[in-house]
Design a protein around this ligand. Structure first.
Ligand code: HEM
Length: 173
């Protein structure tokens, strides 16, 4: 997984909790010594997933609450700064969600070793999207947390429901 994800996780923990909590998380995940995560560095998937699990355990949060905190920080703080230009042309939560397959392809196509998640979309009536999440990593909870972050960014009430390991229903209310 690209370092940008872990850089954001670290920033979320340090801003909302403390630098000490991040140190504890690194220790709990078995990563010793100072760790530097850059946008394009490669973090083995097992380490990345281990860091999310350690975050939940050190902060005393459920996996879902950890994903929601990460998703909120990614969409509303970190990516809004780091990937500012991408945000400029996205006008609504629905547009943002529908653009994400292309966004992931675009931001990773010049980075070696990136395996971005892919998304398919089916419309169900006027207000509902069924999203199919395609990734070997099985991080559907992260998808749910990030999608909720998109709703908050646009102040759009949205109901995001996990339907299984690879499908999510998003209702725009
Ligand atoms: C401007 C906004 C965004 C950018 C630039 C972005 C970029 C990225 C990048 C670079 C990765 C790492 C990919 C890799 O290591 O191969 C990633 C992972 C991921 N992104 Fe995004 N992302 C954005 C928003 C979102 C949103 C809003 C969602 C969901 C609604 C999302 C879902 C995911 C998931 C679930 C992963 C974890 C990797 C996986 O499941 O395989 N992203 N993203």
């Amino acid at each position: 997984m690209k370092g940008t994800i872990i850089k954001c996780l670290q920033e979320m923990v340090e801003k909302r909790h403390s630098k000490e909590s991040w140190q504890q998380i690194l220790n709990e995940a078995g990563l010793e010594g100072p760790q530097f995560f850059s946008l394009s560095s490669d973090v083995p998937d097992t380490d990345a997933i281990g860091l999310f699990e350690a975050t939940a355990s050190v902060l005393g949060l459920s996996p879902e609450a950890t994903s929601d905190a990460f998703g909120d920080h990614w969409v509303n703080d970190y990516a809004a700064r780091v990937y500012q230009t991408l945000y400029a042309r996205l006008r609504s939560a629905r547009e943002f969600i529908l653009a994400l397959d292309g966004v992931h392809m675009m931001v990773t196509n010049t980075i070696e070793n990136a395996h971005p998640p892919r998304f398919d979309y089916q419309e169900e009536g006027d207000d509902t999207l069924i999203v199919t999440y395609k990734s070997q990593r099985g991080l559907i909870d992260l998808y749910v947390g990030l999608a909720r972050g998109v709703g908050r960014y646009f102040s759009t009430p949205m109901q995001v429901t996990k339907l299984g390991a690879s499908q999510v229903r998003i209702r725009f209310l």
